[in-house]
Write a protein of this length. Structure first.
Lengths: 134, 429
């Protein structure tokens, strides 16, 4: 049986994300931003093995990220560093003020055997349809 | 050795960086934090201008890239000119001229960052200060939804909780620190009082604190958003009895449910506290010159961001004219991205809107926005390879230095070239 965790996702800056955010095509950025931190309680409840991945889903999209324990997180709250992996599950609504809700996103988390996509793979399905030089 | 160099990373705009230069190359960076040092040392660059042909980005000349960019912007009915956080005010000025020329919308990264703070400040007003005043006078620092230990690593040592100033010679020992957050961050570990709140409850917690400060604490329940009333009373007591308090807030407030209303309420809390003591409040601005764009845009157009020129006069209505709203509604038909990376930092659905329209990128570095761009124009790194003006998070304007030379044109030069071409296309009509 797949265990499904309902949680609240927040995204934000980390030292690793900040140090590699001007080198987003680098392996350092991938390592620094393509993970999800969970409380020890949630991590253990999902039965994630060392180095395992999780699938994070919302009504807006889904993304596979690697899983990490973070003792600073309360149960039911997960953290993904700001970047394309976190934003894969953030909705477009701006609440009338221009700013999407990057924190406090209702998500479902389950463990998965699927691999984490790299930056290019994340956007490879977006076909360019305009702007070609003649 | 270049001394007193300003750091082009975050809103702290640290002005004491030492850069070792040999043969016009950077060989060492001193005093900067991990974030600043990484940027100043440099990363892989976009080597040459590129345009998309048969689905692939191919190298071209600057001349062709400028022509192509000008044509896209001139032909668009609703172009969006977005970014501006990691470039200098001189670029902003040209960008606003260009937006006006093409009747487009100009918006900054503030709209996915502290935009709600600006809206809150417009609603309520701001009891502001400089970082110097906080360093020299504050005996209580409140970090709310902010994690400077990771986002502004030198803030605490230079300006706030752990700094020593004229009337604060004891540094951290002489100050109290309150942290309010939804998780125990590195910043929270440095707190005297940590309030762990449930995500999306900032407004409730601020309201409860305001009630206690106003002497109406008996009306609030025993627990508010997971926080015990006694903890809120202790925090409110610390705020009221401080000689000089500073509330420094981050994106925890603006990215959560409530957004600008959270900020509005926090500013009201600070206004209330000024009935008892001296209290100031400041947004912890992210990129080094996102505040500068707000300044330039406000003095040029009357508004700080999300300005629409399509009506012939500046019009501002975030929620309608902000970048994410325009893209989510599929309303914009061309986009210029300068010194920012919306493909990484916008929600996926919003990014899908970018894939359907021509995109022009001006940036020193390749990033996910490059993947969706049709014209890519590499530029010099402001603050390292180009000089100019930037505004620190407290609104202080400072001069960025040029430390080494660059084979790339500056953002300002690129903007001028595109602007000249757009104007010439206008003459032909």
């Amino acid at each position: 049986m797949v265990i499904l965790l309902k949680a609240i996702m927040i995204s934000g800056r980390t030292l690793g994300q900040g140090a590699s955010c001007e080198a987003k095509m680098s392996p350092e950025f991938f390592k620094a931003t393509s993970f999800c931190a969970l409380s020890e309680l949630d991590y253990n409840a999902l039965g994630i093995s060392e180095g395992g991945n999780v699938l994070v889903k919302t009504e807006f999209g889904e993304v596979v990220v690697s899983a990490k324990k973070d003792e600073g997180l309360p149960a039911g709250v997960i953290f993904i560093p700001m970047g394309p992996w976190a934003n894969a599950v953030v909705g477009p609504d701006t609440g009338g003020c221009g700013t999407p809700q990057f924190k406090g996103v209702e998500v479902e988390v389950e463990k998965t055997k699927m691999a984490v996509m790299d930056v290019k793979e994340l956007f490879s399905d977006l076909k360019r349809t305009g702007g070609e030089a003649s | 050795m270049a001394e007193d160099v300003l750091c082009p990373f975050c809103g702290c705009l640290c002005d004491d960086i030492k850069i070792e230069v040999e043969d016009d190359r950077i060989v060492g960076v001193k005093r900067a934090c991990k974030l600043g040092s990484s940027k100043i040392r440099g990363h892989e660059r976009t080597k040459a201008p590129m345009v998309r042909r048969d689905g692939e980005l191919v190298e071209t000349t600057y001349e062709e890239a400028y022509d192509r960019a000008a044509k896209i912007l001139k032909e668009a009915k609703r172009p969006l000119l977005y970014g501006w956080c990691s470039t200098v005010c001189e670029t902003h000025k040209k960008g606003i001229l260009l937006a006006e020329e093409v009747g487009g919308v100009i918006d900054s990264t503030a709209t996915v960052c502290h935009g709600p703070s600006i809206i809150g400040i417009e609603e309520k007003g701001l009891a502001g200060s400089t970082l110097g005043q906080i360093k020299n006078r504050a005996d209580l620092i409140v970090f709310w939804g902010a994690n400077p230990a990771e986002a502004h690593p030198r803030h605490s040592m230079r300006y706030s909780s752990n700094s020593s100033g004229m009337f604060t010679p004891e540094g951290r020992k002489g100050r109290k620190v309150i942290v309010v957050d939804v998780r125990e961050t590195r910043t929270a570990k440095n707190a005297d009082k940590f309030l762990l709140i449930r995500p999306g409850t900032d407004y409730e917690v601020i309201s409860a604190l305001r009630m206690i400060v106003a002497g109406k604490g008996d009306l609030i329940p025993e627990k508010v958003a997971g926080v015990a009333k006694s903890d809120l009373e202790e925090a409110a007591g610390m705020m009221k009895t401080a000689r000089f308090g500073a509330l420094l807030f981050g994106l925890g407030m603006t990215h959560s449910r409530g957004r600008y209303k959270n900020v509005d309420n926090a500013l009201s809390l600070v206004a209330d506290l000024n009935g008892f003591t001296k209290f100031v409040v400041m947004a912890m601005r992210g990129h080094y010159n996102v505040a500068g764009f707000g300044q330039v845009c406000a003095w040029e157009t009357g508004f700080p961001m999300s300005v629409d020129f399509s009506r012939g006069a500046p019009y501002f209505n975030p929620g309608e004219t902000a970048a994410c709203d325009l893209l989510a509604r599929r309303e914009t038909d061309a986009m210029l991205v300068v010194a920012a990376d919306p493909v990484s930092n916008f929600p996926r659905n919003t990014v899908e809107g970018m894939a359907e329209i021509p995109v022009i990128q001006i940036d020193p570095f390749p990033n996910p926005t490059t993947l969706l761009s049709d014209v890519v124009i590499p530029s010099a790194v402001c603050g390292v390879e180009a000089e100019g003006t930037a505004y620190r998070m407290d609104g202080l304007s400072l001069r960025m230095k040029k430390v080494v030379s660059s084979p790339y044109p500056t953002d300002e030069e690129i903007m001028q070239n595109i602007l000249d071409r757009v104007r010439r296309l206008g003459d032909d009509n």
